[in-house]
Design a protein around this ligand. Structure first.
Ligand code: AMP
Ligand code: MG
Length: 326
């Protein structure tokens, strides 16, 4: 007997609306060049938009699903330092455009709703994936996913700067386990089902990689391209927009090969949850570099996985074998 798939209509509706609201806030911040960014303890940047996006999405999720933990990238402790009170005030101005009842205390609480821990059911959020791309004026994404029993059930990825094939700028990817992946305009109009592309030979494979050279081992990627006889140079893009590009058939695979200098670095769950289901529901394959499925049941890191390979599927094991041999 085949059991019907569970329905997630309300989750999809709330998740899409909140991600769209966050995308509006992020684009408003980007237009306002005077807005501030702050350095985190790991020296990576975080902006008014990262915090604002997280506050809006966490507020919406906590209202609709008060018992669901949210594991999100940012934390408000930085904002509670006196030196950052100007940043908090700026965030509040943007949030009030959408939630007029907001005040600084509420904003802090909404952001800190993202401090949840792993549970049988939880959400994971990257309020701005690719903050460096966001600051550079390049690609970035707002990535939200629902996880149940360690598996991604829903993925919503807004890419406000990604060209849509119909000529508009801004794309919304939505995927539900077992129900396919769609790509529409950022406002949700005109969603179309996605299908990864196929190539006849490994020579034709088109890779896509991060703009940041420290985020994957480029030397091994070059060696892999040579081993597979690939002829095209890799595309480069910030954020999980790369997963969307593979899902819509503009590239064949995306790798994250940990650099030898970074030891056994583990990936953050929010950097892969939404993107990975968009590729798998478009007919592709996503595993780690050892061929293991991504395990979202452990912690905010993919502690049981090593690296990432997201591909259109046909040559997935050949890519993994070649990586293992170089
Ligand atoms: P991308 O634009 O694909 O490079 O992805 C951006 C994400 O990379 C950020 O959200 C960070 O969480 C993550 N990141 C930061 N440092 C590293 C690193 N050394 N290796 C892999 N990913 C990283
Ligand atoms: Mg990220």
């Amino acid at each position: 007997m085949i059991l019907p798939l569970p329905r997630y209509d309300r989750e999809i509706q709330v998740a899409i609306a909140s991600v769209q609201a966050a995308a509006q806030l992020c684009e408003a911040v980007r237009r306002d060049r005077s807005s501030q960014s702050v350095q985190k303890a790991d020296a990576s940047p975080v902006t008014v938009a990262d915090f604002g996006s997280q506050a809006l999405i966490c507020e919406a999720l906590a209202t609709a699903f008060p018992f669901d933990p949210i594991i999100a990238e940012e934390d408000a402790s930085l904002l509670q330092q006196k030196a950052q009170s100007g940043v908090l005030e700026q965030i509040l101005v943007y949030i009030r455009e959408q939630l007029p009842q907001a005040n600084t205390r509420k904003v802090i609480n909404w952001i800190n709703q993202g401090n949840g821990t792993i549970a049988p059911r939880y959400w994971t959020l990257d309020p701005i994936d690719g903050t460096k791309g966001f600051l550079r004026g390049d690609q970035y994404a707002i990535a939200l996913a629902l996880i149940e029993e360690g598996q991604v059930k829903l993925g919503i990825l807004a890419c406000p700067a990604l060209p849509h094939p119909d000529g508009e700028t801004g794309v919304l990817f939505v995927a539900q386990q077992g129900k396919g992946a769609t790509m529409g305009q950022l406002n949700g109009c005109n969603p179309q089902f996605l299908k990864v592309r196929q190539t006849d030979t490994t020579r034709q494979l088109q890779a896509i990689e991060s703009i940041e050279s420290a985020h994957s081992d480029r030397d091994r990627q070059i060696a892999l391209a040579a081993a597979l006889g690939m002829t095209q140079s890799p595309l480069r893009m910030d954020s999980q927009a790369k997963y969307g590009v593979v899902a819509r058939g503009d590239a064949d695979f995306y790798l994250r090969i940990p650099l030898a200098t970074q030891g056994d670095r583990k990936e953050n769950i929010w950097d892969h949850a939404a993107g990975s289901i968009i590729v798998t529901e478009a007919g592709g394959t996503v595993t780690d570099l050892l061929g293991k499925p991504l395990d979202f049941s452990q912690s905010f890191k993919l502690t049981k996985n090593h690296g990432i390979c997201a591909s259109h599927g046909k040559f997935h094991s050949q890519i993994l074998d070649a990586i293992a041999s170089i």
